[in-house]
Design a protein around this ligand. Structure first.
Ligand SMILES: Nc1ncnc2c1ncn2[C@@H]1O[C@H](COP(=O)(O)OP(=O)(O)OP(=O)(O)O)[C@@H](O)[C@H]1O
Ligand SMILES: O=C(O)[C@H](O)[C@@H](O)[C@H](O)[C@H](O)CO
Length: 171
């Protein structure tokens, strides 16, 4: 089973994705490690990435997904087209979207040290994020609970038949 944990910078996708991968005994991909150095330099300079910047990065993530049956990937996947690109590589992809309120995101990014992504990019991240379509059958979580609580919900959801997936904003 391939799982995408997505959201804007600070949503907790890396923390939740890594903890989920450990719990599931699945390989974990921190997709930031596949950004070309030019992308990292751009973000570090406070300039948002565009579609052209993200295309080779999404291709590399898609290659990682296509190469294995199981895995957990932390990736922003902000636009529907990006998620479509990843689904083309992993048709049964299950998506967990973390959508903490902006106040929580800003607080987390303000406290974080030693990361290339500046908090000043939060506004563009939120403006770029495209709402999950019902047909994407994602689990949509507020992501402002402790990581252990979030992954317990996700692990339970993953045991359910994906045909029953629906939006769920309750947790
Ligand atoms: N559930 C949580 N509760 C409190 N703090 C959290 C939670 N999840 C993540 N954090 C903290 O918020 C910050 C951002 O988390 P994380 O790096 O996992 O997010 P991200 O979406 O991967 O961000 P980025 O894409 O910018 O790397 C980190 O300092 C992390 O420790
Ligand atoms: O699509 C994007 O704009 C990027 O993937 C960003 O989301 C960052 O890489 C990430 O948030 C920082 O870790």
């Amino acid at each position: 089973m391939m799982v995408l944990v997505m959201g804007v910078s600070g949503s907790g996708k890396s923390s939740v994705g890594l903890a989920l991968a450990k719990r599931q005994g699945a390989p974990f991909l921190e997709s930031d490690s596949l950004h070309p150095t030019t992308n990292v330099a751009k973000m570090a300079a406070g300039v948002p990435l565009d579609d052209d910047d993200r295309a080779p990065w999404l291709d590399a993530i898609a290659t990682w997904m296509a190469a294995r049956p199981h895995g957990v990937v932390a990736c922003s996947a902000l636009k529907r087209a990006y998620r479509d690109r990843l689904r083309a590589a992993a048709p049964a992809l299950r998506i967990v979207a973390l959508l903490p309120p902006e106040r929580v995101l800003a607080e987390r990014l303000g406290q974080r040290r030693g990361h290339f992504m500046p908090g000043s990019l939060l506004a563009s991240q939120l403006a770029t994020l495209e709402v999950l379509g019902i047909d994407e059958r994602a689990l949509v979580l507020s992501g402002d609970k402790p990581v252990a609580a979030t992954i317990a919900i996700v692990a339970q959801w993953l045991t359910l038949d994906p045909r029953h997936d629906a939006h769920n904003l309750s947790a």
